[in-house]
Design a protein around this ligand. Structure first.
Ligand code: GLN
Length: 289
């Protein structure tokens, strides 16, 4: 631990913020990398006579901060963690940083199945950091789930996140392309959920640099029209879902109607486009027959 006077620390902090960025991101860096809790950071502001103890020196923290400011390196990747619902998740550039708008997908499930549901079997296709599956496995300890991802590195992160968040063993991780790892579970799933890559090619090319230069392309790009993966997931879903099983998908802001059409073409019923908190038709849900 490195000791530093509160005065020197406050001076350093002011200098960092004068270069740009927001206070919250700097506080996050200081907490997760520097080892000064956000509570201590606040306290020192009103008690500048004390000392602080750092895990890393200020030069190291400054170079991380500069990386964030100059290269638009996402603060979550620099810190190696992010917060999603009530989970604290490890993230590296092998996984998408789970977005706040996706949090609502868990509330959709709760709305459909109720708070305490009987034993059900679910899958999440393309789990990335594991956020959705882990939240579901914790919310529903009686359920069993399989989270899949095509990337073994992502699955290792998701597995670590599950172990760090839960003592349960109701979630398993399988590697493979969409439904492929679930061959032996045909017709057995009550629920399939996915936030697949859905960004159309032209939009992907113009994404902000903090997304395009750092987050995995494989987790974002959905082919020319953005629907390549959604189409494949929907077309194969009837093979894997039980009768009346649910499919819940996240989609791009303007894809709701097209996803709805795909669901109708594949014999889904009870189809609904669900808005996110900004009023965007972010999720499309349906039941197989
Ligand atoms: N919502 C993410 C973004 O806008 C995209 C996630 C995805 O393609 N599934 O960056």
């Amino acid at each position: 631990m490195l000791r530093i006077s509160a005065r020197d620390f406050l001076f350093w902090k002011k200098k960092q913020l004068s270069k740009g960025g927001d206070q919250e991101s700097l506080a996050f860096l200081l907490d997760s990398v520097g080892g000064i809790s956000t509570k201590d950071q606040k306290f020192i502001g009103i008690n500048p006579e004390g000392n602080l103890y750092l895990k890393k020196n200020l030069d190291f923290l400054e170079s991380n901060w500069d990386n964030h400011l100059q290269k638009s390196y996402p603060i979550q990747y620099i810190c190696g963690i992010t917060f999603w619902r009530d989970l604290r998740l490890i993230v590296t550039n092998k996984v998408l940083i789970p977005r706040p708008e996706t949090e609502l997908i868990i509330d959709i499930v709760i709305k459909i199945f109720g708070k305490k549901s009987q034993k059900l079997f679910f899958t999440e296709l393309g789990t990335g950091s594991g956020a959705i599956s882990i939240a579901l496995a914790l919310e529903y300890p009686l359920w069993n789930g399989i989270a899949t991802d095509i990337d073994q590195d992502a699955l290792e992160i998701a597995t670590k996140n599950y172990k760090n968040s839960s003592n349960q063993s109701n979630l398993k991780f399988f590697c493979g392309h969409w439904w492929t790892p679930l061959e032996s579970f045909q017709g057995k799933l009550d629920l399939a959920i996915s936030n697949p890559p859905y960004i159309p090619k032209i939009i992907y090319e113009r994404l902000p640099k903090e997304v395009k230069n750092f987050e995995p392309k494989i987790a974002l790009l959905g082919g020319d029209d953005g629907l390549k993966h959604i189409r494949e997931i929907i077309q194969k879903a009837p093979l894997f879902l039980k009768e009346k099983g649910w499919l819940i998908l996240e989609n791009h802001f303007d894809q709701g109607e097209q996803v709805k059409k795909l669901l109708i073409e594949n014999k889904f019923t009870s189809i609904e486009i669900v808005n996110d908190l900004s009023g965007i038709g972010r999720f499309t849900i349906g039941r197989y027959k």
